[in-house]
Write a protein that binds this ligand. Structure first.
Ligand SMILES: Cc1cc2nc3c(=O)[nH]c(=O)nc-3n(C[C@H](O)[C@H](O)[C@H](O)COP(=O)(O)O)c2cc1C
Length: 200
């Protein structure tokens, strides 16, 4: 089948777009507001976008609390979502009022970053401490702003739980990273294989 997205007539029960772009890593964003309230929320429109310098991005459909806080304070954390913390991650996605602490809601420990004032999930296997570099509103072909706000941040510090380090590498079989698929589906990356790039 083929369809154009101006009319989006895919004929399926649900829009398949996000199922095609999957699995997506989940940026579990910890932040603090100018009023000192703390916040936690998952974002699967999230990725690393540069290695030197290390940059990540999350994209908020409208100005949600994480984007608001990142804009207010210029800092956030990205917390690794492993299979062990999926329930807590899901609880933290509840549409609660601004100022409600989702760390407490999900029974998680909020710890203040080493280099940023934003809180991180102490239970997470890995955490990226980030400082905001840019906030942009991506545009469509017609030049119209999308409803999304993209928050870019430079990773200034990284926490790794020694429990997932084996022979100098992160053992993802222990960390069990969870990805967001389409619909309400998730995947756990358990089938790890290695493939070397071709030599020319
Ligand atoms: C796995 C998962 C991924 C999500 N990804 C996004 C996303 O990329 N962008 C977005 O705006 N909302 C996303 N949401 C919904 C937000 O997490 C939800 O609106 C949450 O309340 C936002 O929190 P905040 O307002 O405290 O930042 C996602 C929810 C889940 C469970």
């Amino acid at each position: 089948m083929f369809y154009t997205t101006d009319e989006n007539r895919h004929g399926l029960a649900h829009d398949p777009f996000k199922a095609i772009v999957s699995p997506r890593p989940i940026g579990w964003i910890g932040s603090r507001g100018a009023d000192n309230s703390i916040n936690l929320g998952p974002y699967s429109f999230f990725n690393a976008v540069s290695d030197r310098p290390k940059l990540v991005m999350f994209s908020s459909a409208g100005r949600k609390h994480s984007a608001r806080n990142a804009a207010e304070t210029g800092e956030f954390t990205c917390n690794f979502v492993g299979r062990d913390l999926v329930e807590q991650m899901n609880i933290s996605s509840a549409a609660v009022d601004y100022g409600v602490d989702e760390f407490a809601l999900a029974g998680l420990t909020a710890r203040k970053g080493e280099l940023v004032d934003a809180p991180y999930v102490a239970e997470a296997f890995a955490v990226l401490e980030c400082k905001v570099t840019e906030i942009i509103e991506p545009k469509s072909l017609s030049g119209e702003a999308s409803e999304n706000i993209m928050v870019f941040g430079q990773v200034v510090g990284i926490h790794i739980d020694e429990a997932i380090i084996r022979e100098g590498r992160l053992d993802m079989a222990i960390a069990r990273p969870v990805g967001r698929m389409g619909y309400m589906d998730y995947s756990e990356a358990s089938d790890v294989f290695e493939m070397l790039r071709p030599r020319v």
